[in-house]
Design a protein around this ligand. Structure first.
Ligand code: ADP
Length: 361
């Protein structure tokens, strides 16, 4: 006997409704934001997978529970709870909060849900903004550090110039004060130049115009500019006259060498030799700046060229800086098609090395 199997008839509208429900369910559980649907009494009607995972609960364990209990471990809602505000005035509200129980910073918003014009609850969405907050904090700290770094030489310059202008100050002393002002104006200009290079690179406006460049000549300029910065260091130029020219932009190479020599002086406070050397290695020149300072541990070496990285507890406290110099060196060296690295051993000084292409012909 042939049996006729009758297919259950699904009305088209019900099929559409069920498809929509499935799609909605899929979307609700796929979005990375933490979502809940709450009634006006703060009870959870639905949670998505991201929220349940963050609470380390199954979605069904959250249903009917007050959101402030599971999300914040409280017996009553927070004063800043956007859902509470939405229930008061039927409007959307959002707030940024640090929420340790959810493991970070969140932008939480509550959007009212109406049924026949009556408020029946809200869609509560928490977006993880921990990374953005961290970046904001780094930026704030950086601005404060840079302001401080700008202010220090500026204070010296103003003080030195105003004293030098006093007619009672002997000529010899006035000259020394003017020298001080020039040295600190150089420090200020270098900091501003580094900031400009960083900003050019971040906005994609860093353009290098290369031409045959005499690294020996540039090194002499740098050592001349920095010679008054320390009386306990001996600045040595160890570059052979026979060194071929680099294919580079001179002002940029001068900046790299300046940053490295400046660091070598700063971070070897007990003095010693700061030596700039260079040699040819195939199609590249290898330029090195060495010091007899405290050296850098292998762990710290790995972090050196990251943005705004300042290392060593003692260094952070006692030696001023912005953590910008090496980052700018890396940006400029790479823009020339070269590489930069450090060779160092704790207690035995450091040598920063970088390469530049040799000028052809
Ligand atoms: P800043 O000098 O403003 O802190 P840099 O980017 O130039 O920034 O240097 C980053 C960090 O690298 C410094 O804070 C310091 O810890 C370390 N460093 C740089 N040069 C040397 C050096 N020659 N010897 C030891 N540590 C150094």
């Amino acid at each position: 006997m042939i049996m006729k199997v009758r297919k259950a008839k699904v009305k088209p509208t019900e099929k559409i409704k069920s498809d929509l429900r499935d799609e909605w369910e899929l979307t609700f559980n796929t979005v990375p934001d933490l979502m809940m649907i709450l009634d006006t009494e703060h009870r959870i009607l639905r949670v998505n997978k991201a929220m349940a995972d963050r609470l380390e609960l199954k979605p069904e364990q959250c249903i009917g529970v007050h959101c402030y209990e599971v999300a914040h471990g409280l017996l009553h809602h927070h004063g800043f709870c956007p859902h509470a505000l939405t229930c008061q005035d039927n409007r959307e509200h959002s707030v940024e909060v640090h929420e340790p129980r959810l493991g970070g910073d969140f932008l939480i918003s509550a959007t009212p849900i109406f049924d026949g014009g009556k408020l029946i609850g809200s869609i509560h969405i928490a977006r993880d903004i921990t990374e953005r907050k961290k970046m904001e904090q780094v930026k704030d700290e950086f601005i404060s550090m840079v302001s401080h770094e700008l202010k220090t030489p500026l204070t010296v310059i103003i003080g030195a110039l105003s004293t030098a202008m006093d007619e009672r100050v002997p000529a010899e002393e006035a000259r020394e004060l003017l020298n001080d002002a020039v040295t600190h104006a150089g420090i200020l200009a270098n900091l501003v130049d580094n900031l400009l290079e960083l900003s050019r690179q971040q906005s994609g406006r860093l353009i290098i115009q290369t031409q045959p460049t005499d690294v020996r000549e540039l090194t002499k300029n740098v050592l001349q500019k920095l010679k008054n910065k320390s009386y306990v260091h001996q600045l040595v130029d160890n570059i052979p006259r026979t060194l071929p020219p680099a294919s580079a932009e001179s002002i940029r190479v001068e900046r790299i060498i300046y940053n490295l020599v400046d660091n070598a002086i700063k971070y070897s406070p007990n003095g010693g030799k700061v030596k700039v050397s260079a040699r040819q290695d195939g199609d590249y020149l290898v330029v090195g700046v060495s010091d007899q300072g405290p050296g850098i541990s292998p762990d710290d070496q790995a972090k050196l060229f990251q943005s705004f990285e300042r290392l060593g507890a003692a260094v952070k406290g006692s030696i001023q800086g912005t953590g910008l110099g090496l980052r700018v060196c890396l940006i400029l060296v790479e823009a020339h098609g070269g590489k930069i690295w450090v060779e160092s051993e704790k207690g035995k000084g450091s040598t920063f090395l970088f390469t530049l292409p040799v000028a052809k012909g």
